[in-house]
Design a protein around this ligand. Structure first.
Ligand code: AMP
Ligand code: MG
Ligand code: MG
Length: 394
């Protein structure tokens, strides 16, 4: 164990431990069979697994870190009694063996906000696409997403004999752990997007990237996992439907391996306690060539997306974030070119460009023969007022 682990490393370590517990709770709900589905809004479901996992994560982290703000997705009764076996007070030793990056060493509890999505990919969970489900715990410091945990409870569920579930965690400046990094294919462009919250604009933005293949899967966490595993080149979501708890952990993990997650204006989002919960600027995530994909987005779509509140400047003490992408330059570049052999950690402007007028695939496929997308629910009322339900500013 590193001597005197810092607050951030202790939070990451506790988050890994509690994500393991939450993952067990989620699997147990499915085993028992009664999902207790509630419709929170249009095309927005909650199940007993979402509720129980959030109770476990928020109550456990609050017990360990009483002076840190924790925001959970679900609106739950704060008076509710939490079962004893939902409380996880352990630390993951592997995390504590790592040293804290210099810029995070002096972090104080009041600098930290933890964003919890107890179950990302609820629609897919209710439909049996179990490997789309993740538990997300994102850690922000002074408004910057810096560390995260993505737990996938049903990783390997279709491979008998292989260990079920996995936990991926990362810290910007340290790196990410728990998965095998691969480079995406060099000879084609693969884009991922929503399968259950799509609409015309979401599809148009994807098609504007001239993909050879489109992978429609559930969950922001799952989509960033397939990005860092090299299965896709970009996650493109021209919608205001994703929230801060969907992107905080994935963003930190992606940035820790040299990728980039921004809104459609190339802005790195603010994860401070006062920000609006919705990502109304859309979500664009890449392992490399971020500027190229930003430049592919048509002006009229960019204009429909808000400019997000930007992450406040943080002294990363020499650590490069956003894969070194020149986001300002990207916004001015309206004639994008793409090196078709994207390399992790590089934002190249290669000349082997995919033709701007290259044929767009006429059919967007949904893996596993899943039913197609459903209409957008982007007309949900804006929740720009902080959601104080499951939010625990303690
Ligand atoms: P998806 O890619 O559709 O799985 O969405 C990623 C995350 O954003 C999930 O947590 C969704 O619930 C959430 N999300 C995206 N769009 C919407 C929407 N229109 N309404 C509610 N939640 C959404
Ligand atoms: Mg979610
Ligand atoms: Mg959720």
């Amino acid at each position: 164990m590193a001597a005197n682990p810092s607050l951030v490393m202790r939070i990451v370590s506790a988050s890994v431990a509690v994500s393991n517990r939450a993952s067990n709770i989620i699997r147990n709900v499915l085993t028992k069979g009664d999902l207790g589905i509630i419709e929170k809004g249009k095309n927005d479901l909650q199940t007993e697994a979402d509720r129980s996992a959030q109770r476990c994560i928020v109550a456990s982290l609050h017990k360990q870190f009483p002076n840190v703000a924790i925001f959970g997705e679900e609106q739950l009764d704060p008076q509710e009694k939490i079962p004893k076996d939902f409380i996880e007070l352990g630390f993951d030793e592997e995390v504590l063996k790592q040293s804290c990056p210099e810029y995070l060493k002096e972090t104080k509890p009041e600098d930290v906000v933890i964003w919890v999505d107890p179950l990302d990919g609820t629609a897919e969970f209710t439909q049996g696409f179990l490997d789309h489900v993740t538990v997300l715990i994102g850690i922000s410091v002074k408004g910057n997403a810096v560390a995260g945990v993505i737990h996938q409870p049903w990783f390997n569920y279709e491979k008998p004999g292989f260990p079920l579930g996995r936990c991926i965690w990362g810290v910007i400046g340290l790196g990410s752990f728990g998965f095998e990094r691969e480079t995406p294919p060099a000879n084609k462009i693969i884009v991922t997007t929503s399968r259950s919250h799509s609409d015309r604009m979401v599809t148009e933005a994807v098609e504007a990237c001239n993909p050879d293949e489109v992978v429609r899967v559930g969950g922001a966490g799952h989509k960033v996992l397939i990005l860092i595993e090299g299965k896709v080149h970009a996650y493109v979501f021209a919608s205001k439907g994703c929230k801060k708890w969907d992107t905080c952990a994935p963003e930190a993990i992606l940035h820790s391996v040299g990728g980039t997650l921004t809104d459609f204006h190339g802005i790195r989002m603010n994860y401070g306690a006062e920000v609006q919960r919705k990502n109304t600027g859309g979500v664009l995530a890449t392992v490399s060539n971020h500027q190229h994909f930003l430049g592919c987005i048509p002006e009229h779509i960019r204009d429909c997306m808000d400019r997000s509140s930007e992450a406040p400047p943080l002294d990363f003490m020499g650590v490069t974030i956003c894969g070194g992408a020149d986001l300002e330059g990207a916004k001015k570049d309206d004639t994008p070119t793409l090196d078709k052999s994207p390399t992790p950690n590089e934002d190249t402007d290669g000349k082997d460009a995919k033709q701007d007028n290259a044929p767009v695939p006429d059919k967007i496929h949904t893996p596993n023969g899943a039913p197609g997308s459903t209409p957008s629910s982007d007309d949900n009322p804006s929740d720009s007022v902080p959601n104080n339900n499951a939010t625990t500013k303690l």
